[in-house]
Design a protein around this ligand. Structure first.
Ligand SMILES: [Zn+2]
Length: 142
């Protein structure tokens, strides 16, 4: 997905939308996801996952990038209702028209990141520091 207009740093660009499913439902519907190399699932919180396969919006087309110009954050609803939390995509820096929007998917699988899985989740973002895979090192702590 590419910017058509200049987007100043800090702009909230759009919400990542889709149906809400529980983690257990996601496992039933899609397995653990490790073998897919591709997902429209986004963990919202401990209870829910946003499934952009159903009712998703343009946010699902934003690619992963190793040197991203956007970031995805979870906005917890003040009511504490886990169903009302939101995922918002915001500009990390000024973005020029024509630039591709990317954010770091931050994917960590529940199985070892073998060479085969890294290849399955290959990154071709083209950034100078491209890690070559979407899978994030477990050693990197938030
Ligand atoms: Zn990359």
């Amino acid at each position: 997905m590419f910017a058509r207009v200049a987007i100043p740093a800090g702009t909230r660009i759009l919400d990542y939308k889709g149906r809400l499913i529980t983690h257990a439902q996601a496992d039933r519907l899609y397995g653990d996801g490790a073998e897919s190399g591709h997902t429209f699932l986004f963990t919202l919180n401990a209870r829910y996952i946003v499934d952009a396969n159903v009712g998703g919006n343009a946010a699902r087309w934003i690619n992963h990038g190793c040197d991203p110009n956007c970031e995805a954050s979870i906005l917890e609803h003040p009511s504490g209702d886990a169903r009302r939390d939101r995922i918002v995509i915001e500009a990390l820096r000024d973005i020029a028209p024509g630039e591709e929007l990317t954010y770091n998917y931050g994917i960590v699988l529940e199985v070892p990141h073998t060479r085969r899985l890294k290849k399955l989740w290959a990154c071709r973002c083209g950034a100078r520091g491209c890690a070559g895979t979407l899978l994030q090192s477990r050693r990197r702590m938030p």
